[in-house]
Design a protein around this ligand. Structure first.
Ligand code: GLN
Length: 540
């Protein structure tokens, strides 16, 4: 069939859930039997978010092929349950880098390089590439930022051109906006939406559908007003009140008739009817009252919860599978160093140390690891969290007081975590870590093998340092088990403590492969152990 495109733009303000809306719409279409892919266009000039501060960018979401991408790709993968590739996300920086390199190679034969057509052609090429590579019936393309941003103009212009090239009947523009609430008069306002649609029109794009977001109920008359002023069908104005239940969004969009309208406008017939029973059951489970399990998340970007988006979701998924409400206790690792925040850690039924870079707050995390080990609190360490588990063990079990990672102390006498061999010659910071999917063999009889229930796995990575094999024997003799190894046996992928209910660290990022219906085994293991610690009935 002819490839169809859904273009998602944002109006009024960012952070209103455009990514989730696109992801959920993708699910509506996949449920109807279409092959769907999703792509995010990021207007910033960085080549990728890999070198950006989590405070600036939020989580860097890693794909199978090692692409370091926007966190919206996490929403796409979790909702639509697809595996995306490098072409699924690109930035202005990548587009310019490509065009400039073409120019240096002489590809443009002396022409003057301009935004139109050179930059826009490159943008369109990349969108078509995603459609082709994914062999998709329907491609959802989300433009980051909001209409009116100076950076997003070339993207919008490219979408306008693409619409003409592939035919209007194959394209729909979906504009996601925000209705501000005026407290004094207790009303929602549509004017900013009207203005953002006017801005979109000035670029030659008339939206076909408007998804109006608000924290308050949106009544019918407002939808009519938006339809009238923004020149869209009344059926195509979709009121979307904020829901505390993320995974309810597809059901709400379904109820609002989004998919039916989209298919009608694109002239498509659904090969199959959607079956929402599993999603309904999932949402029902979320709504049920359940006993609470508290997990302390000891990190350094805890002010910005988006920095740990996939970890939060993975905890949620595991909680649902285990019929508990997972309450995340956010603990700033630097606070622990100052003796603050321990009362929070003490309440926790489990401790999680996520990935991280740089030395700030590392000692606080190591103290949290020690607490988990000595007090037998269930622990899951992700990437850096695994490395710190090894450092703590070296210091306090083996007695190597200055044991460290060479990331934090280049001259430590006991570099139990050391730079990987292939990383030693690396000088460029962007895209040069050990990235993406790598296989790992699970050692029979270990806790890791038990939670996974399979002999080998593949997980997504993002790191430069690794466990130093010179210390393997000593660690093993003292009670550390290396339960996951690379197929050649040389790289420690999972370590766990023998005499502890559940203390596991992994060199990879399991959070990226957790799905609402398929929680990740390592997270399920943590929640089970935490349940037991909390005295809740457990099926362990
Ligand atoms: N900074 C550590 C490394 O590069 C851990 C990285 C991470 O947690 N993602 O190996």
């Amino acid at each position: 069939m002819t490839t169809k495109y859904l273009f998602f733009t944002g109006g009024v303000v960012s952070s209103v859930g455009k990514g989730v809306t696109a992801a959920a719409t993708g699910l509506l279409l996949k449920e109807r039997g279409f092959r769907v892919t999703a792509q995010k266009l990021d207007p910033y000039i960085n080549v990728d978010p890999g070198t950006m501060s989590p405070y600036q960018h939020g989580e860097v979401y890693v794909l199978d092929d090692g692409a370091e991408t926007d966190l919206d790709l996490g929403h796409y993968e979790r909702f639509i349950d697809i595996r995306l590739r490098r072409y699924s996300n690109f930035t202005t920086g990548q587009v310019y880098a490509q065009v400039i390199s073409n120019e240096r190679r002489g590809d443009y034969l002396g022409g003057t390089i301009q935004v139109i057509p050179h930059i826009t052609n490159e943008i369109k090429r990349r969108i078509r590439l995603a459609a082709r590579e994914a062999n998709a019936d329907i491609v959802l393309v989300e433009v980051g930022g909001t209409v009116g941003d100076i950076e997003s103009q070339p993207f919008l212009e490219s979408l306008r051109q693409l619409r003409n090239e592939v035919g209007r009947e194959n394209v729909l523009f979906i504009h996601v906006t925000w209705l501000p609430y005026i407290g004094a008069t207790q009303e929602l306002k549509t004017k900013p939406t009207q203005h953002s649609v006017a801005a979109l029109r000035s670029m030659g794009i008339s939206p076909n559908m408007i998804i109006a977001r608000s924290d308050y109920p949106i009544d019918d008359s407002l939808c009519e007003k938006i339809a009238l002023f923004c020149d869209v069908d009344r059926r195509a104005v979709v009121p979307m009140m904020t829901t505390p239940i993320l995974y309810e969004v597809p059901l709400l969009l379904e109820k609002a008739g989004v998919a039916d309208y989209v298919l009608e406008r694109l002239g498509l017939k659904a090969p199959v009817q959607p079956d929402w029973s599993a999603w309904r059951a999932l949402v029902e489970k979320v709504k049920q009252s359940k006993p609470t399990v508290k997990i302390a998340l000891v990190g350094k970007y805890v002010e910005l919860k988006d920095a740990y988006m996939s970890v939060r979701e993975a905890l949620k998924h595991a909680g649902l599978a285990e019929n508990v409400e997972v309450e995340i206790l956010w603990v700033h690792s630097a606070d622990l160093e100052k003796g603050k925040g321990w009362e929070i850690v003490q309440q926790a039924d489990g401790i999680l140390v996520p990935g991280g870079f740089g030395s700030r707050g590392v000692e606080g995390k190591i103290q949290a690891v020690r607490y988990a080990r000595e007090k037998h609190i269930p622990y899951l360490g992700l990437c850096l969290g695994m490395q710190l588990m090894c450092i703590e063990f070296a210091r306090n079990v083996l007695g190597y007081e200055d044991a460290n990672s060479t990331e934090f102390d280049r001259s430590t006498a006991h570099p139990v975590i050391d730079l990987m061999l292939e990383q030693r010659s690396v000088t460029e910071m962007g895209g040069t870590m050990r990235l993406g999917l790598y296989p790992c063999m699970l050692q029979p009889g270990t806790k890791a093998a038990a939670v996974y229930g399979v002999p080998s796995i593949e997980e997504r990575h993002r790191h430069r340092w690794e466990f130093n094999n010179a210390y393997r024997k000593e660690f093993e003799q003292a009670g550390m088990v290396f339960s996951g190894l690379s197929p050649d046996g040389k790289l420690v992928e999972i370590s766990e403590l023998r005499d502890h209910p559940y203390m596991i660290g992994c060199q990879f990022h399991p959070e990226f492969l957790s799905r609402p219906m398929r929680p990740h085994p390592l997270f399920v293991g943590l929640i089970r152990a935490a349940k037991q610690r909390a005295g809740l009935s457990s099926n362990l």
